[in-house]
Ligand binder design. Sequence first.
Ligand code: BGC
Ligand code: BGC
Length: 606
Amino acid sequence: MASRSAPARLLSFGSFVWFAACAPAATPPPREAPPAPACAARVDALLAKMTLDEKLGQMVQAERKVVEKGDVAKYFLGSILSGGGSAPGGATPGEWADMTDALHAEARTTRLGIPLLYASDAVHGHNNVVGATIFPHQIGLGCTRDPALIEAVARATAQEIAGTGVDWTFAPLVGPARDPRWGRFYETYAERPEVSGLLGAAAIRGLQGDRLGGTGVLACAKHFAGDGLTTFGTTKGEGLIDRGDVQMGDDDFMRVAVAPYASSIAAGVGSIMVSFNSVRGTPMHANEALVTDVLKRRMRFEGVVISDWSALRLLPGSYYEQVVASVNAGIDVTMDAEKLYWRDFLRTAKEAVQKGDISMARVDDAVRRVLAVKCELGVFDRAQRTDRALTAKIGSAEHRALARRAAQASFVLLRNEANLLPLSKAARLVVTGSGASSLARQAGGWTVDWQGAEGKSFPGTTILEGLRAAGDPARVHADPAKPADIAIVVASEPPYAEWEGDAKDPALSNEDVDAIDRANKTGLPVVVVLLSGRPIAVAPHLRKASAWLAAWLPGSEGAAVADVVFGDVTPTGKLAHAWPVRAGASGPPLFDFGFGLSYPTSSTKR
Ligand code: BGC
Ligand code: BGC
């Protein structure tokens, strides 16, 4: 735990004192291993040969849809990303691998043959790929409090990523989150920095391995810093809180927003993404004090600092000023992803270097970091990029079993009056509610598409299918007119991502309230299974059901709900964010951080 007894003096962001006084005791002093000597020599030799155009190519990241054949070679592009849902053809593993292999091959034809990195947001499994295993979102994984499980999930995800020739994932999100009105709440592990830092480090180890260069992929701790700590109502563009302003004092900011990155760096993370938010009015993308002085110098982060999606364009001033401000703040790779923006970046950054507004030393620092990460990842020496044996294993039975286990461990039992749960497999069940038969809703945002998979199909098991498969299929149905012993209502939020998920008052939908009321009126005992990306307002309805199970966004393996409901697995999840009565309301929460019931050891099943 961070020490609160440090003198209440305000520390400047550049102050080194913070680490001595406030760094969480459990976190080893941040220090990234310097590049292996062989890589350092190789990078220096390359750098000495590179032209300015070749260097700037390493400093920009384009989106696949706006890169034409020949662009990689012509503009020396150092990396390309897939935005949410951006995929070739039908987004199958084979189509992905063919696409990335072609791009990798093109990079090899350049004068210096510097390999390309391909990036994607694999944030709960390799979710932009149809057929990938979809793991629970971080909101659920946080409730497991199980670093070994999270590392295993990340390891399996890394294998699926590598099976498509992708080398870089923009995960994990390591910042803590405090306000469920935020549309990205489900991307966070916990409200406490020490928990999110620790679990984030486990994910980084799983994705990358103990060090870069094994069979892992490049991880990215994001979004530095303060993404989940913005004040409601401070967003300038779309949304209510996403990309808003953090209004904490320096001391708290370092302890809560920055501290988790120390754990990420200690775990060897190779890249860190800068956040869209501002801190007391200063946008992070222009925040040299935090990005360069704190992250790179004080915390000794030696990897790549990448911008968020065209985030520099939200800075004040002309595009020229935006490029100068963000590069000089310490951003090494600019993801100017929208349209053909990456070309503007190359042109503008070149002009700024020629005019002396960006120094050659700054360019060299950025390029050295990018090349060092590439060298350490081992991509310079990998002739055939995609391991097709891994392509064939995407969505394997083994990975799906792991996802099911992770989902089981993530569920939090909120209420269980008269020990209604676990149920007997012989009970007749009527299963209703908006989430009973919806893979899209149980998977949430960042699945197949940026905003989620509503209307799209991908492999998985729905909650109703899982209940049917576990019990007697003839006794589990969705028809309220048929006789039943127990009513299960699977309530859910529709999927969402980023600011589109910002909400003033996240609550149960009318449709699900009706389903709960109808079930309640039958006189049957009622179980509510809640699929949500955050704690939502349930207090007025709590007593209408004897049991409430928070299942979060479990992913493709809906059968995990049956495992817990029938007692094959005992619920062990504990809340990693307090559950407020209403988001934004003051007063004690409905359920505290750490809350979670289990089953009595000798329960008779209903
Ligand atoms: C998000 C990032 C994401 C990036 C690339 C941004 O809009 O904020 O979390 O990694 O897009 O898709
Ligand atoms: C997201 C991308 C997405 C894009 C769509 C961005 O903010 O991060 O991943 O594809 O918006 O406009």
